[in-house]
Design a protein around this ligand. Structure first.
Ligand code: ARG
Length: 599
């Protein structure tokens, strides 16, 4: 396909000297494989776009393809045989270690910072977005040849620890004296509702509730945070214990989600000893000014940001922004990145505008390298979720419920399925994670159980089903094909499946449904590139749905194992099955979703 694109571009460039040539993908394979929108060229030449596309259709000829004008578009459409060869060739002949759609190392380094939960709180459905969007961005960048550094800016420092310390010390005797002993490190993690972390979280919620009627408690919390910042031994001891039990819980969730980071040691607390030097640098650069009642700020009026960036509170304590500045400076020295992506909700847009503006002032190196990729918040039908108020949906509850719902369906429809539990987990996870990705990244999501765990329609399980169905066809085909199905399931997606040659005879793929499937396969690399370019998972999720849907059309209309098929037709059709399974599996893998062999 790349070679054809190149030829098409060259012919267009020759016909339109001085015009920049950009190609698009037509909406359907019926229209063609590549499209040249004539608007810009027509404007430059003072012509009507539809007229220009007509002229070009008459003037350019490319072997194995037809050129046709469709209004202002010039469409290039491959002959069925050529399309099959180009697409299957690209998938089957992808070199070892360089699967279809991937690119060679480009020498660029990207930091993807994602998930970043606050410790001593439980993972809510809200945390899924940053975690999985970030994971997909990291995977896609790596696939496209970037060196990727996966960081988690854990919220393990800040005034909320004052609250937690105050709550804990206040009520440790109050039915919670056993809390610290309660935890046997050698045992597997206890049931989710019994974890010390959950009980700590309850104390935190209780503190906020009681504080409403007793404002003195606020000073108590502030006092504890000051003690923590000053290195008080008891405050430190408890803090590191909070941190330890939190990380243990988070790790369990990350393992379940199949997500990992280069380190979990670069949370906010990590920058503690860099806060004074960071302030000093701001001071030296003449950026620090005295704000209201003794606070220290960086003024950003001159760059159009009317709210100054607060970097130190009146009582001398650091804040969230100070730690983000320190983190960025540290990352420059430690990694020297080309791009740093912050996968954080839309509620922090201003925060990142401020941080990036301060960094630009401090060191022009940062210009254009920092990118906040905001995502819409998850809301409940009754309004915002609030950990403080305790009205949250826990992520684990959602994943468990999804797994239960799938398990109930399996029990009814396919009770003899192998590894039922593992499959239920993969499908449940597929439903939840895919739902998230299908949503426009920046729009808020209203959580309802039935929406988030939908199993029909444009869902993860629908895509997973297409994959499993293909493997089942291959098993039925027997012999070598069955072996291919197994190898396909066992080998990780960054590796090629077992060797498979391009069949000499591709006539079996001339039907429109086979051609439509080939067209969608051709769209996969562009969808993966769009994930990295647009910093969102949606284009990939949509492409996978389109692939699954066109596979279903193919399966219905092009009998694969029918007795009347010639061996050539059978081989060509099975080969398209293998290529499709490979593409689906790879796409799901990039999104952090596993594809069961059977379901
Ligand atoms: N811990 C923060 C929160 O839960 C998110 C941190 C985002 N990353 C950052 N570099 N500020 O809201």
């Amino acid at each position: 396909m790349d070679a054809l694109r190149h030829t098409f571009e060259q012919r267009l460039a020759a016909a339109l000297p001085g015009v920049e040539i950009t190609l698009e993908r037509p909406k359907t394979g019926e229209l063609g494989d590549l499209a040249f929108p004539c608007f810009r060229a027509a404007k430059q030449l003072g012509k009507n776009p539809a007229q220009l596309s007509q002229e070009l259709a008459g003037a350019i000829a490319i072997e194995g393809a037809t050129l046709a004008a469709a209004g202002p578009y010039l469409n290039l459409k491959l002959a069925p045989e050529t399309r099959a060869q180009a697409v299957l060739g690209a998938i089957l002949e992808a070199p070892v270690g360089r699967p279809y759609g991937s690119r060679a190392a480009n020498g660029k380094k990207v930091i993807v910072e994602y998930s970043s939960p606050n410790i001593a709180k439980l993972f809510t459905i809200g945390h899924l977005r940053s975690t999985m969007i970030g994971h997909t961005l990291a995977q896609a960048h790596q696939f496209l040849g970037y060196e990727v550094i996966r960081l988690n800016h854990l919220g393990d420092w800040g005034t909320q620890f004052g609250t937690l310390l105050a709550a804990y010390t206040r009520w440790a005797q109050d039915g919670n004296a056993d809390l610290e002993q309660d935890f046997d490190w050698a045992e597997p993690a206890p049931e989710k509702r019994r974890t010390p972390l959950f009980r700590l979280f309850q104390l935190y919620v209780r503190f906020h509730a009681e504080e409403e009627s007793d404002p003195a408690m606020r000073d108590e919390a502030r006092g504890w945070f000051r003690r923590l910042e000053e290195g008080d031994a008891e405050a430190r001891r408890l803090w590191s214990w909070f941190r330890k039990i939190s990380l243990r819980e988070f790790q369990r969730i990350y393992d379940r989600l199949g997500v990992s980071f280069d380190t979990l040691e670069q949370g906010e607390a990590f920058y503690e000893d860099q806060l004074v030097p960071t302030m000093q640098r701001l001071e030296n650069a003449g950026l620090l000014v005295e704000g209201n009642n003794g606070a220290r700020i960086v003024d950003l009026e001159d760059v159009g940001i009317t709210t100054p960036c607060l970097v130190q509170k009146a009582d001398g304590t650091s804040i969230y922004a100070t730690r983000d500045l320190a983190a960025a400076l540290y990352r420059k020295d430690a990694y020297g990145f080309d791009r740093c992506l912050y996968v954080v909700g839309t509620d922090q847009v201003l925060h990142f505008q401020q941080i990036f503006a301060v960094l630009d002032k401090l060191d022009p190196w940062f210009k254009g390298r920092m990118l906040h990729t905001p995502f819409g918040m998850v809301k409940l039908p009754e309004g915002k979720m609030s950990t403080r108020k305790g009205n949250v949906i826990f992520l684990e509850d959602v994943l468990d419920e999804a797994r239960e719902r799938v398990a109930a369906i399996i029990a009814e429809k396919n009770p003899d399925l192998k590894d039922k539990e593992a499959v239920a987990e993969m499908l449940g996870m597929g439903a939840v994670v895919f739902f998230d990705a299908m949503n426009d990244r920046v729009k808020p999501i209203t959580f309802t159980w039935d929406r988030v765990i939908a199993l029909d329609g444009d869902t993860g399980p629908y895509v997973q089903y297409a994959h499993a169905r293909i493997l089942s066809v291959l098993r039925k085909a027997g012999g070598e094909w069955a072996a291919k199905a197994q190898a396909g399931a066992a080998i990780g997606p960054f590796l090629p499946f077992v060797e498979l040659a391009l069949p000499a005879d591709l006539d079996g793929l001339a039907a429109p449904e086979a051609q439509a499937l080939l067209f969608e396969l051709a769209g996969l690399p562009g969808a993966i590139a769009a994930v990295a370019d647009g910093c969102m998972a949606t284009p990939l999720a949509r492409q996978l749905v389109a692939l699954a849907r066109s596979f279903s059309g193919y399966y219905t209309n092009c009998p694969i194992l029918a007795a009347e098929n010639t061996p050539e037709v059978r081989e060509a059709r099975l080969t398209l099955c293998v290529a499709t399974a490979r593409a689906l599996r790879q796409g799901l893998y990039l999104m952090g979703i596993q594809a069961p062999e059977e379901m």
